[in-house]
Ligand binder design. Structure first.
Ligand code: ATP
Ligand code: MG
Length: 396
């Protein structure tokens, strides 16, 4: 661990949690920075809630240490830790009004009445529900209830807020609106958020950094972009977004690595040590693949962008030879392919394309709504193209 980050808001150092023989959390080390929106992302049962409960103090590590703002918290009970937790179904007191619910924590701490009044108002302003202060929880929508639960946690001014799938019970549209709102509230109050979700899109939208978990083990920690563009392994590449996996053997090493998948193709190893003949998978994102028509075609139908169209030389017969044009681009791959299937999905069209040796790829191409959009149909011969830097070579 490097020293500049050594004292984050929350640190876990080699933390393992066993329930009997079963290991729910396996040797986790992570460092959440002050003010960060940090997500724990992974499928059901991977150990996310257990990790939060360890931080909150509801569970004790079997092995390892936890620090909050540099202080070891072993032996400190939950209510004495500078953290608050918002659960998926945060129970509001049904007989109390919204304002009374929000005030509850401060009443318990015997904070003076006038101060409580001011802080309740501020907390309700923050979640944009001051007008509902006198309602009872059953007179609120799911999203409003969730915001009140948030206000009730924030009013205690915790240093760290732990959120366990807080939007899980909401429908998709409301969840998306709340995602943006939560993110905004977090940057306003500057509190460190540790946010648990199994929804990769949610984690990508909201987080500064994400820890991807699987079977109690952290697979990768990074920014959403790191994780999406440079997945550490197949699990991460598969769990985040959509990926084609093509297996092959390393044929040649260099700035980019040549992999034999039935024919030679290029990808990037992201600094991994590879050896000739080693079996690897290529992770190819559907939107990083381009399809071009074969033969000599009208450039407006060639799938070029404006810049590329403008840069074309004078074409004697008004057509571009696609093979020659594509051959000019360094560090890229051009394969013969054939369209198997076309699915129009509004913003994009999804193609299934056959390339070498019975390998099939999913490809997504954006629809611009122009009459020159691609019109590939099942059976069309195409060139399948990708830039070597956009394709990751994975070893596990
Ligand atoms: N008190 C317990 N006793 C025994 N096993 C437990 C206990 N708590 C959790 N587990 C097990 O530990 C594993 C991780 O559970 P955890 O609740 O952390 O998963 P999760 O990632 O939060 O999953 P989900 O997305 O479904 O909420 C699961 O297999 C669960 O059955
Ligand atoms: Mg859980």
């Amino acid at each position: 661990m490097d020293n500049t980050q050594a004292r984050g808001a929350v640190e876990l150092v080699n933390v393992t949690k066993k329930f009997g023989e079963f290991t729910a959390v396996n040797d986790i080390t992570l460092n959440v920075r002050d003010g960060e929106f940090f997500s724990l992302l992974g499928p059901s049962g991977c150990g996310k809630t257990t990790t939060l409960r360890l931080i909150a103090g509801f569970e004790q590590p079997t092995i390892g240490e936890i620090f909050i703002h540099g202080q070891p918290v072993a032996g400190i009970p939950p209510y004495k830790r500078p953290v608050n937790t918002v659960f998926q179904n945060y129970a509001l007191f049904p007989h109390m009004t919204v304002a009374q619910n929000v005030a509850f924590g401060l009443e318990m701490k015997k904070v003076p009445k006038e101060e409580i009044e001011v802080r309740v108002n501020n907390a309700l302003e923050l979640v944009q529900l001051p007008h509902l202060r006198d309602r009872k929880p059953k007179q609120l929508s799911g999203g409003q209830r969730q915001r009140i639960a948030l206000a009730r946690a924030l009013i205690n001014r915790p240093e760290v807020l732990l959120l366990d799938e807080p939007l899980g019970a909401l429908d998709l549209k409301l969840r998306k609106a709340m995602q943006l709102e939560l993110k905004q509230i977090q940057s306003e109050v500057g509190i460190t958020f540790i946010y648990v979700t199994h929804d990769q899109e949610e984690a990508i939208t909201m987080s500064d950094r994400i820890a991807v978990m699987h079977d109690g083990v952290i697979q990768q920690i990074g920014t959403p972009r790191d994780i999406y563009d440079h997945p550490a392994n197949r699990f991460v590449a598969d769990f985040i977004g959509e990926t084609n996996f093509v297996t092959g053997r390393v044929a040649e090493l260099g700035d980019f690595v040549t992999v034999d998948i039935g024919e030679p193709v290029l990808g990037t190893a992201d600094g991994r040590n590879l050896s000739i003949g080693q079996e690897v998978s290529l992770a190819v994102r559907p939107e990083k693949i381009n399809l071009y028509p074969q033969g000599k075609v009208d450039p407006r139908r060639a799938g070029m962008d404006m810049e590329e169209l403008a840069a074309l030389p004078d074409l004697p017969d008004g057509k571009v030879d696609m093979q020659k044009w594509l051959a000019d681009e360094p560090n890229s791959v051009v394969l013969n392919g054939r369209i198997l299937d076309v699915i129009y999905i509004g913003t994009d069209t999804r193609y299934q394309v056959a390339i070498a040796d019975g390998v099939k790829l999913f490809v997504r191409m954006q629809n611009f709504g122009s009459r020159y959009d691609h019109q590939f149909t099942a059976g069309s011969p195409v060139y399948v193209h990708w830039a070597a830097e956009n394709v990751q070579i994975l070893t596990e």
